[in-house]
Design a protein around this ligand. Structure first.
Ligand code: ADP
Length: 527
């Protein structure tokens, strides 16, 4: 979909949009805007360039014009969302729902294609319920992680969150519906989600799981309800607007023991996975283990200009210097233990025994690490505390460009060396850096690479775009597809999952949103 023609300036009222929804005339859109104002109030309907600017800012390697919204509207109630759906269906205005809109590196707040109207739900930000006994919460889309954390602290509720990094300004609903992850034992966020309320394109309000049962008290405790399980189809999709979400919270453990293991050689990554995977599957290590490479560690704490002022890929000798001077390993493992003193002690002995037997790796405890970074922010993340430390990654090369490339594989050591080599080779061809970590989930392993580039340099932006496309296709050929992707590459990624999946996605779209008004192009899905 390409940018549409400019609308003529209106004689009075809201500023004429710089761009129109595809196929919608200027006068029809002006009529829709007037209806939005009637529903939401003028202050919640934004069309002028200044107000749209923050929603248009992207980190992907594409022109902002490709993702420029036609307007932003802000709803405060479910009824308003229902009324918006009616207008959108009538005038065929596409809306792109966001909750906190901080999807940095995946498209930020901007829509997949130009001319969509962003439905910003940040003002629907009530924490509807926290049950300290059942350890559950029910939140609206605009609730931020920091807000929920503050609520728990202020009310003396000993429950922990699991949040992504960096997270304070993002929120659990947006993160979970995009299937984001965190670092505590509850880090697989969608697994810990329980019950949703969704406004469908036809304006009906669906409550998933037990939510449709009158007088139920089990909406936030039993995920499956009866019949087909539906919550999944409202994640990474465009089948509805999620207006409430239930989630499980983790009881604060009596003892928390974060630790790191430092490995000196690049090739150690194979043995790290082999040594630690059995402990993860057996639940000895209860959270997702992270293996961060030297460049990730360095980028989190300093700009690369501290050691390298050149352009292109950071040379290996510079990385060796950083390792030696900053005390960073080639690979740096982070994990933690949670539980009673006795439980933690038993598991600690198992882990230290396994590392010793492997003959590689140096364990670093919290006491040994002291106040040093990056240990300190990693320790925060693994107990669900807010930290903005990983914004540092964006400063590594400067220029505001970032696209996460996150192929999924099986958690086996044999997967790592080939993937690392392939990624380094492709990034090197385009003069970019291998800023990477592997994360071992329940049994899967995500290889997370932050493709960083300078958005202010058109040539580098083009290179980064070509690099990302090549990463997707070369990894794809080998059976590695990403679990989530930025708005610039949703089509290419959907293709990797095969024609039948695409067909089913589309059939659902046609059934639930026959006019295609909700987020066309999200995950490659259109009517
Ligand atoms: P965060 O700020 O936590 O990163 P966002 O609000 O940016 O999360 O949401 C991430 C993505 O999830 C959005 O781009 C959108 O595609 C989808 N999304 C967010 N909120 C909703 C919602 N309430 N209903 C449907 N989809 C949503």
């Amino acid at each position: 979909m390409t940018a549409q023609k400019t609308a003529p300036a209106a004689a009075s009222g809201p500023a004429a949009p710089a761009i129109l929804p595809p196929g919608v005339s200027a006068s029809d859109f002006a009529g829709a805007i007037r209806e939005f104002i009637t529903i939401l109030g003028a202050e919640n309907v934004l069309t002028d360039a200044d107000h749209l600017a923050p929603y248009t800012k992207v980190m992907v390697a594409e022109s902002e014009d490709l993702h420029r919204p036609a307007a932003v509207i802000m709803a405060r109630t479910v009824e308003q969302v229902q009324k918006i759906m009616a207008v959108c269906n009538r005038v065929r205005v596409p809306i792109w729902p966001i909750s906190t809109g901080r999807n940095f590196g995946y498209g930020s707040a901007a829509p997949q294609s130009a001319g969509q109207v962003i439905l910003d739900l940040r003002h629907m930000n009530r924490i509807l319920e926290v049950d300290p006994v059942m350890c559950t919460a029910l939140v609206e889309p605009g609730v931020t992680y920091q807000q929920l954390k503050d609520y728990l602290v202020e009310n003396n509720i000993p429950l922990w969150l699991s949040c992504p990094a960096p997270s304070a300004i993002a929120g659990p609903l947006g993160n979970t519906v995009d299937r984001g992850v965190g670092y505590t034992p509850y880090g697989e966020h969608f697994m810990m989600q329980c019950g949703m309320e969704v406004v469908l394109a036809d304006g009906q309000v669906l409550r998933t799981g037990m939510g449709g049962v009158q007088n139920t008290n089990a909406w936030q405790v039993f995920k499956w309800g009866y019949g087909p399980y539906l919550d999944g189809i409202f994640t990474q999709s465009n089948y509805g607007v999620v207006t409430k979400m239930g989630m499980w919270l983790m009881p604060q453990p009596p003892v928390y023991k974060p630790f790191s293991i430092r490995y000196e050689k690049d090739e150690d990554i194979h043995d790290i996975v082999e040594t630690l995977r059995p402990l993860r599957i057996a639940g000895v290590i209860p959270n997702a283990m992270v293996f961060a490479n030297v460049m990730w560690e360095a980028a989190a704490i300093m700009p690369r200009s501290k050691y390298y002022q050149g352009t292109g890929t950071t040379p290996d000798h510079v990385l060796e210097e950083i390792k030696a001077k900053e005390g960073i390993g080639a690979w740096n493992v982070y994990a933690a233990l949670y539980g009673t003193k006795e439980q933690v002690e038993v598991n600690w002995n198992i882990i230290t025994g396994a590392i010793k037997a492997s003959g590689k790796g140096r364990i670093i405890t919290e006491e040994e690490a002291g106040e040093t970074e990056p240990f300190k922010y990693r320790a925060k993340l693994m107990r669900g505390d807010m930290t903005l430390q990983e914004f540092g990654l964006y400063r590594w090369r400067g220029g505001g460009g970032s696209m996460w490339f996150a192929p999924v594989t099986v958690a086996k050591g044999s997967e790592t060396r080939d993937q690392t080599e392939l990624a380094k080779k492709i990034l090197g061809e385009f003069g970019l850096d291998y800023v990477a970590e592997y994360i071992v989930g329940m049994r899967d392993m995500h290889h997370i690479i932050d493709v960083l580039f300078d958005r202010s340099n058109p040539e580098e932006m083009e290179r980064a775009h070509a690099c990302f496309a090549k990463l997707l296709s070369e990894f794809g050929k080998r059976g590695y597809a990403v679990y989530r992707v930025n708005t610039g590459f949703m089509e290419q990624t959907a293709d990797l999952y095969g024609p039948v999946k695409r067909h089913v996605d589309q059939a659902l779209k046609r059934a639930l949103d026959p006019n295609g008004i909700i987020a066309p192009g999200k995950s490659g899905i259109r009517i």
